[in-house]
Design a protein around this ligand. Structure first.
Ligand code: COA
Length: 249
């Protein structure tokens, strides 16, 4: 029987960078934290905003709203928007929310960031995400687009999978991975007619759109309780998107 030939490839370019960044990340003691988000409110909001976005030439996915919710939650937990020094002697809390978005491109994984999400509207974030996606697909992202990220999100659910365990993008101290949104059964309150015809609330199995998030954080400088509180706030914004309006500046 003839054995099949092996093929050895040099690790160059983006592949080489991934070897370096991921090896550095693996030296960091980190923890994971997961939760699930009910997305029905956000789906309704996107449906309402899509025509407006389209009229301005912008494609609106869920990411811009998720990015805005992240920035609003970071306003309340600024310590998570930070860089740690290589010798771990100090942490710098970054003023700008330059949120990186992991992108799957023909050349491999690349993480451009959307600068100053704290100062951009949802449609401005969408516009910038469209621009970065366009450039990434052509391999034309600039150094500036790739530099200066302060926090990262990876929407692996755009490809598939409900859960992923993200690896830190050092010197950043936190990252979130978003899974695929799915329509699944959950318990919920439904209004039904009571004995006298008066409406009452009853617990039933109802259909919900659920998306999982998994966070990873540098446990040298972030504790689980802070990550949990941040995630709770982020979840609250996504599940009740109108609440984002209350905190917009
Ligand atoms: N669940 C369900 N649907 C999703 C989804 C999710 N998690 N993420 C995206 N979608 C939908 C979008 O809403 C869109 O639907 P539409 O056509 O109705 O608008 C469609 O899938 C395509 O979305 P996409 O163009 O990918 O835009 P996006 O803004 O949601 O995501 C990127 C942009 C860059 C994050 C994404 O394209 C990507 O590259 N993801 C992979 C990231 C990765 O490789 N991570 C691993 C790092 S190790």
């Amino acid at each position: 029987m003839l054995a099949a030939a092996d093929e050895t490839r040099p690790l160059r370019g983006l592949a080489r960078i991934m070897v370096k960044t991921m090896s550095a990340a693996w030296t960091v003691p980190h923890f994971g934290y997961c939760d699930e988000i009910e997305m029905d409110g956000l789906i309704a909001l996107r449906d309402r905003l899509k025509p407006l976005a389209a009229s301005r030439g912008v494609k609106l996915s869920y990411m811009p709203m998720i990015l805005k919710a992240t920035s609003l939650a970071l306003n309340q937990y600024p310590d998570l928007n930070a860089h740690i020094a290589a010798d771990a002697s100090e942490v710098t809390i970054r003023g700008s929310h330059n949120i990186g978005v992991a992108m799957d491109t023909p050349r491999g994984l690349i993480v451009p960031n959307i600068k100053d999400c704290q100062a951009r509207s949802i449609l401005e974030i969408a516009q910038e995400l469209n621009r970065l996606q366009g450039l990434a697909s052509q391999g034309k992202l600039s150094e500036d687009d790739l530099a200066g990220g302060t926090f990262t999100l990876s929407n692996i659910g755009a490809i598939g999978g409900t859960y992923a365990s993200p690896v830190l993008f050092v010197p950043q101290i936190a990252i979130g991975a978003i899974g695929k949104m799915q329509r699944v059964p959950r318990f919920g309150l439904v209004t039904v007619d009571g004995p006298n015809g008066t409406p009452v609330q009853e617990e039933q199995v109802v259909a919900k759109h659920i998306m999982r998030v998994s966070w990873a954080a540098d446990h040298r400088v972030v504790d689980g309780a802070t990550m949990a509180r941040f995630s709770n706030q982020w979840k609250a914004y996504l599940e009740e998107p109108m609440s984002m309006v209350a905190d917009l500046r």
